[in-house]
Ligand binder design. Structure first.
Ligand code: GCO
Ligand code: MG
Length: 410
């Protein structure tokens, strides 16, 4: 049984934001889609795929997922890194999609079948101040979410990470990380004000919304190890589901220090991309959730391996699901969420309606849970006519500067 790959196309479209999609087609016309979107660096992955990977795929058997993964990883010689691992991820997803379509099974069935009825997802709420944030949280609660990430502008700083510009009025699609206007927008940052304000925000949130809703927060890599330890300790009374990226992920020693001072659960990893990055954090029990995306971590094949390693240490999954993961990547994440045993939570930032004109998905949302659907493969179709209406537009992630002008982590 073989399914020979006939073509490998790299599709770039921008329905509200940029997405890079790999489409593999077999000799028999079976199509598989993979997400290759690397926010703000989209064309680098597109070139890697078009110029260096596509020629290797033509004529190969689409059924050989593991073999293709190992070939692309090992034969490039230059290993890991976001561009390489995103390109490999796109191929891997597309091959799982093809296998599903060929067998008539949704990918989660190929991964061992459902371990649960649906995946708990968390939504985003943000605000220019607590009143504005309150509106945003109430809107998410009314939509049925049981887990919500809270971000608020810090008084005196005027902004903060993850806040939409202007009042959100509870709007669903208010915050978008990459900005289309020119080169990187620069935002201000003041760790001292932030550290003073976050415990007040969570104290307010628990008083306002009670103990049951799961609350999350993303510090977005901005704190020193001791600042992160202080924040994790100060937030303990408010029982966070997790504190995300409290320090830059590439420094495991920082997390040792945070662990010495706090039991607030930690999630790390959206900027990492391989099991080798996660292994020390997992094996030393420095994190509670693997915060990675299928799209940037070598696809379903590789991320599953990371989750399996995490399972040995009772660490759970917390897949990245911002708008810069395309509906193809989001769907792949949902199939994995359903299949693995050590599922924790799935981020669902929700794409703009325009994105769904290009990507037709079969996933469903109900009462704070999502299900990938039972269509064969990943369950996503790509509409070329719709995509043609939304050509690529350069967009960049912001930069952050401290009050004295020093560039800081965004
Ligand atoms: C998150 C993330 C994102 C990133 C974005 C960068 O937790 O959802 O931090 O919002 O900033 O994915 O491209
Ligand atoms: Mg994050």
């Amino acid at each position: 049984m073989t399914a020979t790959i006939r073509s490998a196309e790299v599709l770039i479209s921008s329905p509200s934001r940029n997405f890079v999609t790999l489409r593999l087609t077999t000799e028999d016309g079976v199509v598989g889609l993979g997400d290759a979107t690397l926010n703000g660096r989209e064309l680098a992955v597109a070139s890697y795929l078009r110029d260096h990977v596509a020629p290797l795929l033509i004529g190969r058997d689409a059924h050989r997922i593991e073999d293709t993964w190992q070939l692309l990883y090992r034969s490039a010689y230059w290993r890991r890194g976001p561009v390489t691992m995103t390109a490999i991820a796109a191929v891997d997803m597309a091959l799982w999609d093809i296998k599903g379509r060929l067998t008539g099974l949704p990918v989660y069935q190929l991964l061992g079948g459902a371990s649960r009825t649906g995946a708990l997802v968390y939504a985003h709420a943000s605000g220019a101040d607590l009143e504005d944030l309150g509106d945003s949280v109430r809107a998410r609660l009314a939509e049925g979410y049981r887990a919500i990430r809270l971000q608020v502008a810090v008084p005196g700083m005027g902004s903060g990470y993850g806040i939409s510009s202007g009042r959100s009025t509870g709007g669903r699609y208010a915050y978008e990380p990459a900005k289309r206007a020119g080169l990187a927008v620069e935002e201000g940052w003041d760790s001292a004000r932030y550290l003073r304000y976050m415990p007040r925000m969570f104290e307010w949130a628990r008083a306002e919304f009670g103990p049951d809703v799961a609350l999350l927060h993303d510090a977005h890599h901005r704190l020193t190890p001791m600042q992160a330890a202080r924040l994790a300790r100060d937030l303990e009374p408010f029982d966070l589901f997790w504190l995300e990226d409290c320090t830059p992920a590439e420094n495991p020693e920082a997390l040792r220090l945070v662990r010495q001072h706090s039991v607030t659960p930690l999630a790390i990893g959206e900027v990492m991309n391989s099991i080798w990055d996660f292994a020390p954090l997992i094996q030393e029990q420095l994190i509670d959730f693997v915060r990675a995306s299928v799209t940037h971590t070598g696809g379903i094949t590789h991320l599953r391996r990371v989750f399996d390693l995490a399972a040995l240490h009772q660490i759970r999954s917390g897949s990245h699901g911002p708008t810069d993961i395309s509906p193809v990547g989001m769907s792949a994440a949902l199939h994995l969420d359903l299949a693995i045993h050590n599922f924790g939570i799935q981020e669902y930032m929700a794409h703009q309606p325009l994105a769904h004109e290009v990507f037709r998905t079969s996933w469903t949302y109900q009462d704070g849970m999502m299900h990938p659907g039972d269509e064969p493969g990943l369950g996503v179709d790509y509409d070329d006519d719709a995509a043609a209406r939304f050509p690529y537009e350069p967009a960049y992630l912001p930069a952050a500067r401290l009050i004295d002008g020093t560039v800081h982590d965004w």
